[in-house]
Design a protein around this ligand. Structure first.
Ligand code: M6R
Length: 607
């Protein structure tokens, strides 16, 4: 969703702000703008892509060395130049960029700003106008007075024309990161905007005020006491957020999966044993858990559907998997013997965060699986397992999904061992299979296989409706395959439990509804084959995804995709990869905007 950048230094701010905003484009946005401080505030904004803003600024000579920038994803008011950030106060002393939502903005308008002529329909402008109204020469006091009135969530960066050497930033339940440079400092809502300039970062806490100057950063707590910031080193380098020769981030990220598996396995396996130094669980604790609730959204939720089988089978704990936005409204039965696992690539998803909070309020321990260090979900959880998949830029999640799967396998093995419900042989064999994953994943992405997948995708060029079917873990993978296809190719795709089709949905199957059938799991192979025959009897074209060596299938379906054969248990991590690639090639064939699909944002920070 929205993105924020801020810069103060000796170089021209304009270029650094635009570059930072470009690095945040992936989050999804519909307008952009910057404000810099020359003799007075200079603001330029434009609806649409960042290129429009760049074009507007092309011939504008701006030498300012301090400024703020924003990419907006509309919540209050349609996408337009006027609604784009930064917003300014009527007296033109303040410019503000904001991520999040000011819930009481209408009330604040009524209570304090009746006499002000607003330039936009946004909630954010209220903050700028309040600052302008209350300002009496003491900037810190004014900011604190305004913050005390705000309800909702925010990251704010404030530029005041009376203070050419200072940016003020603060957060409440929204991400904020400060980049520490030499003689220059940076502000962003997300690390990719900073990586080209510094890897030394500070993650302020809710309620702290950050005073960012050229020569340094001062952070004060809510009482005004100065606190010593912790500087963390980001492990990603600037290249991690470039395409590195790939046509799209999505394709790059699909190809990064084997290395992401290797990294996680290297960090989590020692002498054939799974270990998590950061958890202080012992046997007694692990045996105490009577239930796991997995809460997540979208792709992360789909990973939980695979995780359910893995935890139940290995660690023998009953698992419920729930769409995070539904979780708390159902009043789930939770207690201190329940472990809540919140899964979120971004760690910012508002629904997942709310579900995590629901779990905590009921006394559950919460474990977060996330890819983003110090993200909201990571901060609030009792335990954190970082996926270390590297930055995922494409809106369509791929490597985050498969690393979420691998993470759950490792956790399940770890718990199974602590709960003494896995034999040594089974433990060793599973760990061995997991160590083979990277090379098997690479096999799927050999050049000749990619060509085959691109060719298969051509079949779906004009498709309007498509079905994915499967049973058990194959069904969970079918759900993820269908989400990938929907979100980037805009083809209506539905995933169905293969055995459930005949209870109604079979009525939709015709020669115009191609079907991708997953029949990877041995246990359900024969049954799925029967379901595929039912589909074939209705003239649908079927592509079957099976393990190498699968019998009879080639006589039943139109096309077969053979996957390298591993143990059924770990196959889901492999079998999703061709589905990601089919979605990718189909979207490419249809000329879609692959990395930034319409209407979608990378992190969804509204409920
Ligand atoms: O950052 P999260 O993992 O919490 O995001 C959850 C979903 O919004 C996300 O997985 C979404 O479904 C993706 N666009 C799927 O590719």
């Amino acid at each position: 969703m929205c993105g924020i950048v801020g810069f103060i230094g000796v170089r021209p701010a304009k270029d650094i702000l635009l570059d930072g905003l470009a690095k945040l484009e992936y989050r999804g946005y519909d307008s952009a703008g910057i404000a810099v401080l020359e003799d007075g505030l200079e603001v330029e904004k434009s609806v649409g892509k960042l290129a429009n803003l760049v074009e507007k600024l092309k011939d504008k000579e701006l030498n300012a060395t301090i400024g703020i920038g924003h990419t907006r994803w509309a919540t209050h008011g349609k996408p337009s130049d006027a609604n784009a950030h930064p917003h300014t106060s009527a007296n033109k002393k303040f410019a503000v960029v904001h991520n999040g939502i000011i819930e009481n903005y209408l009330q604040l308008k009524e209570d304090y700003l009746n006499d002000v002529c607003f330039q936009s329909e946004t909630d954010t402008e209220v903050v700028a106008q309040l600052l302008g109204k209350f300002y009496d020469g003491n900037l810190e006091e004014t900011v604190r007075r305004v913050l005390a009135l705000l309800k909702g969530s925010y990251t704010l960066v404030i530029l005041c024309s009376d203070y050419p050497d200072l940016l003020i930033a603060c957060r409440k339940a929204n991400p904020l990161v400060l980049g520490v440079g030499e003689g220059e400092n940076f502000i962003a809502s997300d690390v990719p905007a900073l990586l080209a300039y510094t890897r030394n970062c500070i993650y302020p806490n809710d309620g702290e005020l950050c005073f960012v100057k050229r020569e340094g950063i001062t952070i004060k707590d809510s009482e005004g006491k100065i606190i010593e910031p912790k500087i963390k080193q980001i492990l990603w380098n600037a290249e991690a957020v470039e395409k590195n020769g790939y046509e799209h981030y999505m394709l790059k990220e699909i190809h990064e999966q084997p290395d992401a598996f290797r990294r996680m396995l290297k960090n989590r396996l020692k002498d054939g044993k799974v270990y998590f130094e950061e958890f202080t669980w012992n046997k007694e604790q692990a045996k105490k858990w009577r239930k796991i609730h997995i809460v997540a959204c979208g792709t992360a939720y789909h990973s939980g559907l695979v995780g359910r089988t893995v935890f139940e089978k290995l660690a023998k704990i009953p698992v419920e998997v729930e769409i995070a936005s539904e979780f708390r409204y159902r009043e789930p039965m939770l207690d201190e013997d329940t472990l809540v696992i919140a899964i979120s690539q971004s760690g910012e998803t508002a629904d997942t965060k709310a579900a995590l909070e629901e779990g905590k309020s009921k006394g559950c321990k919460v474990l977060a699986l996330t890819n983003v260090v110090d993200s909201a979900v990571a901060r609030e959880a009792d335990y954190v397992f970082y996926l270390q998949a590297g930055p995922e830029i494409s809106v369509a999640s791929t490597k985050a999904y498969t690393t979420m799967l691998l993470a759950q396998y490792l956790l399940a093995i770890y718990l199974a061992d602590l709960r003494e419900c896995i034999s040594q042989d089974a433990y060793a064999s599973l760990v061995h299979q997991l160590t083979l994953l990277p090379q098997y994943a690479e096999k799927i992405m050999l050049e000749e296989n990619l060509k085959q997948l691109a060719k298969l995708a051509e079949e779906y060029h004009d498709t309007e409706n498509l079905f994915f079917v499967g049973r058990g873990m194959d069904w969970a993978i079918a759900l993820e395959g269908s989400l990938k296809l929907k979100e980037i190719s805009y083809i209506h795709a539905e995933a169905y439990a293969a055995g459930e089709l005949k209870h109604g949905t079979l009525a939709l199957i015709t020669d115009k509804t191609p079907v991708i059938a997953l029949a990877v799991q041995g246990k359900t192979y024969d049954k799925t084959l029967s379901n595929i025959k039912e589909i074939k009897a209705r003239d649908a074209k079927v592509l079957a995804v099976v393990k190498e060596g699968a019998e009879q299938i080639d006589k039943v379906v139109d096309k077969v995709l053979y996957l390298p054969a591993m143990d059924d248990m770990v196959m889901p991590i492999l079998s999703v990869i061709p589905l990601q690639l089919i979605a990718y090639y189909t979207a490419k064939d249809r000329g879609c905007s692959i990395d930034q699909p319409r209407n979608l944002a990378k992190s969804v920070t509204v409920e």
